[in-house]
Design a binder for this molecule. Structure first.
Ligand SMILES: Cc1cc2nc3c(=O)[nH]c(=O)nc-3n(C[C@H](O)[C@H](O)[C@H](O)COP(=O)(O)OP(=O)(O)OC[C@H]3O[C@@H](n4cnc5c(N)ncnc54)[C@H](O)[C@@H]3O)c2cc1C
Length: 371
């Protein structure tokens, strides 16, 4: 198809990469983002070689790599701090690192700037009140009272997607896992040249994110999936690290600012049926929200965007394009969601323990396959 007029609901990682990929193919793109400040929280994210490869296809690899820090291995540690393995990560692009650690605001800026430069219209503080699929086009009513018609609507509105609820009201809600993640930015210790992963009931990771900054994440069992007040979060996070390896406890002493702790109960969701209905299609967390144990959620959203744009350009109808898109994506996304959840369940004692080092090596081989 040529000349499609597309509405993307959600200006996050998946929505923005979809906007870039669609503009590359000459489609008209409007992004409706409900957050008037278009903000993201301040910790970081891990991106692996398959994601660098996808970002290269979006034509923005150098600015993306320049906004983060590359690394080529994952080091795995026992709960007492003994180093168990250094798993090299395969480089999928010549002259580029195997992995990238990048702050979420930096990633957001790279993607947002690129989407705007590519000619996408980004409308902030706007959401969708009603979607009516008329067969040959979709009528959309916005929260500001306006309305418009599109050839295709993409729901990239995250794990609690309103678009998903609109087209698949019967779909199961995201399920809480009973595990939460605590994150905090810290100065990067000299010599930290890999992702460091500490096994244990409290799993910990140290992720390089810039020349002088990293973030620390800790996964903890949180039966009942509690939320905590902001006041006291830093002390609570330090407390969660109290039985970790000495190096982690020492880092924990620098966790002092309640407002800088990013705490989040983990949820999981995957649509096993179709990913589209008529001319409305879903991508990213809206259709497969994984726990972060393999660090691939955002990567999947970025790959989804590319594949959807490719299939739309290749097919004669949105229907066949959306079917082809899901066919190319389903097994890969299911693998990441299920393997990540298996690690989560192993850590919680809800399933057999999973060996992090071998699972990480297997995952790298899997995602190295072409999309
Ligand atoms: C603790 C944790 C750690 C993670 N770490 C990693 C990692 O290291 N590496 C990795 O690859 N992935 C990681 N992920 C996963 C990653 O964050 C997500 O997979 C990714 O953000 C999904 O992108 P998305 O665009 O689909 O959704 P989001 O990033 O959630 O973006 C959705 C956007 O839609 C907007 N929106 C929502 N509702 C509406 C609406 N009704 N109308 C308009 N706009 C709307 C939101 O404001 C937001 O901007 C992690 C996730 C968690 C929870």
């Amino acid at each position: 198809m040529q000349g499609l007029n597309v509405l993307v609901i959600g200006g996050g990682i998946g929505g923005l990469t979809a906007a870039i990929a669609l503009r590359q193919r000459g489609f008209a793109v409007t992004v409706a983002e409900k957050d008037p400040a278009w903000s993201v929280y301040g910790v970081g994210i891990i991106q692996q070689g398959n994601v660098l490869r996808a970002v290269a296809a979006l034509g923005i690899l150098d600015r993306y790599v320049g906004a983060g820090v590359g690394f080529d291995a994952v080091e795995v540690y026992a709960p007492d701090g003994t180093k168990l393995a250094r798993v090299p990560s395969p480089r999928l692009l010549e002259n580029y690192p195997a992995n990238l650690g990048i702050s979420r605001p930096a990633l957001h800026k790279v993607l947002g700037d690129a989407a705007l430069e590519a000619g996408a219209q980004v409308r902030l503080g706007l959401t969708v009140e009603a979607i009516r699929d008329e067969g040959a086009r979709v009528e959309v009513r916005f929260s500001d009272g306006g309305s418009a018609e599109y050839d295709l609507v993409i729901g990239a509105d995250g794990i609690h997607s309103q678009t998903r609820a609109t087209i698949f009201p019967e779909a199961a809600e995201p399920q809480p896992t009973g595990q939460s993640v605590w994150r905090y930015n810290l100065p990067r210790p000299t010599g930290l040249d890999a992702l460091h992963v500490y096994n244990g009931p409290t799993g910990v990771g140290l992720v390089p994110m810039g020349p002088e900054v990293m973030y620390l994440y800790a996964t903890t069992p949180e039966p009942g999936n509690p939320r905590y007040p902001v006041e006291g979060l830093a002390a609570a996070m330090r407390g969660k690290l109290a039985r970790c390896a000495p190096a982690i406890r020492e880092l924990g002493e620098q966790i002092v600012d309640d407002e800088s702790v990013v705490y989040r109960p983990l949820e999981v969701m995957m649509l096993h049926g179709p990913w589209h209905k008529g001319r409305v299609v879903l991508l990213g967390d809206a259709v497969h929200a994984t726990t972060p144990h393999l660090g691939q959620g955002a990567g999947l959203a970025i790959e989804d965007s590319l594949v959807l744009a490719e299939e739309l350009a290749r097919h004669d109808t949105p229907e066949t394009a959306c079917i082809a898109y899901r066919d190319r994506r389903f097994e890969r996304c299911r693998y990441i969601v299920e393997k990540s959840l298996a690690i989560c369940h192993g850590q919680l004692g809800k399933g057999p323990p999973v060996d992090n080092a071998s699972m990480t090596a297997e995952m790298f081989r899997f995602v190295a396959q072409p999309i």
